[in-house]
Design a protein around this ligand. Structure first.
Ligand code: NAP
Length: 352
């Protein structure tokens, strides 16, 4: 077969579109699709929200009435293999066949057990020309979160923290001291808008009194989680004061609760043993929470690292040098990239 007419730009457009779903679709995958006729995009779409239409549906439905007759003669580029089962929405393979689309170009296969190559098989059997593995590595990277959810049966975990130039993470007496600049704070709020949940340890909740909401970027705020084994954290902490959904993980829920003001607060009772984090993650996924960002402190981040329960780490290196302080966690992986962000450096790691 001659694939010389395939154009990488169209698949890159699919990736751009897919990423627009960040923060809205987990535990589903981010997917983008474009319909191309004679080198012109006649329709495009992405999976916009969990439970809503898939990228292929939105791409096909976006085609103008005057161009609809071109659909069967078009090529569908899609960042992930089309689904072939009726879940919350009908199978995309059926839609592709109904519209008689004759060629489909896929970046990477979907590892969801119900799909996993079957989508491609159905299309090929029906006579559709299917090309797979087009810009596959880039496509896999976009589907990383979904792959983790499917393979590890837990949310995608991002560790996020700041450290000084000489590797210090917190002051010795645990009082809060900023390491990064206000512009970077805005970036962190953007990251918060892109995840389903966010978590801190007991000491961080107490010493930093964080709100853990997204206030500096558009979009929503994640569900907050805090460990509070003995329910010793004061009800007037910021986490319990507003009405953002918040989960307190505790060892035993008492009959008489502290006087929390938050109307969207729930308590999750779990034994505080070595499987605690695993059980929290399992609970989150059962609530369709597909991503978790862990924002400290040292003990909590180190527990995730020690137990191998992480997928990505975003370390912000502030342009400051502290004489003393607690050492930052060490990420046991090679740096994926290091780049300048405002006055700081962002170092990214992926777990292999
Ligand atoms: N540089 C940064 O980006 C950054 C970010 C956040 C915080 N911080 C700083 O970090 C310091 C706090 O760090 P930290 O290490 O002391 O506290 P932490 O990790 O926030 O909280 C530790 C406490 O949380 C509970 N906990 C944590 N992991 C657990 C696990 N796997 N299983 C069960 N319980 C667990 C335990 O509470 P119990 O002992 O009560 O059971 C533990 O004592 C503060 O100074 C804060 O300012 C810095």
């Amino acid at each position: 077969m001659n694939y010389s007419d395939l154009n990488e730009d169209f698949m890159y457009r699919c990736f751009q579109l897919a990423l627009l779903g960040k923060g809205f679709v987990a535990p589903n995958p981010m997917v983008g699709a474009v319909l191309v006729h004679n080198n012109i995009i006649i329709g495009e779409g992405f999976h916009e929200r969990f439970g809503h239409a898939h990228a292929e549906v939105n791409a096909i439905h976006s085609v103008a009435e005057s161009s609809k007759h071109l659909i069967p003669k078009s090529t569908l580029y899609v960042s992930l293999e089309p689904c072939c089962f009726h879940g919350k929405t009908p199978a995309c393979t059926s839609l592709i066949l109904d519209h008689k689309i004759s060629r489909v170009v896929i970046s990477c296969l979907d590892n969801t057990p119900e799909v996993a190559g079957k989508g491609v098989e159905i299309l090929k059997k029906a006579g559709v020309e299917v090309i797979t593995g087009f810009l596959e590595e880039q496509g896999k990277n976009i589907s990383r979160q979904r792959s983790v959810i499917v393979e590890k049966k837990r949310p995608y975990v991002i560790l996020k923290y700041a450290q000084t130039l000489n590797g210090k993470f917190a002051t010795l007496d645990k009082h809060q001291k900023w390491i990064t600049s206000s512009l970077t704070k805005r970036l962190v709020h953007k990251w918060r808008s892109e995840v389903d949940s966010i978590m801190v340890g007991t000491n961080t909740a107490l010493s930093d009194n964080p709100s853990l909401t997204n206030r500096l970027y558009y979009g929503s705020s994640p569900v907050r989680l805090v460990l509070d084994r003995k329910l010793s954290l004061a009800p007037d902490l910021n986490l319990f004061h507003d009405n953002h959904p918040t989960i307190i993980v505790t060892e035993k829920i008492p009959k008489q609760l502290p006087a929390y003001k938050n109307q969207n607060l729930s308590l999750l009772e779990l034994p505080f043993h070595d499987r605690l984090l695993r059980r929290i993650l399992k609970h989150l996924l059962s609530q369709n929470i597909g991503t978790l960002m862990v924002e400290g402190g040292i003990q909590l981040i180190n527990s995730f690292i020690e137990q191998g329960l992480w997928d990505e780490a975003r370390v912000l290196i502030g342009n400051v040098h502290w004489k003393e302080g607690q050492d930052a966690p060490e990420i046991p992986e090679k740096t994926f990239f290091r780049k300048k962000i405002a006055k700081e450096d962002l170092v990214l790691f992926y777990k292999s």
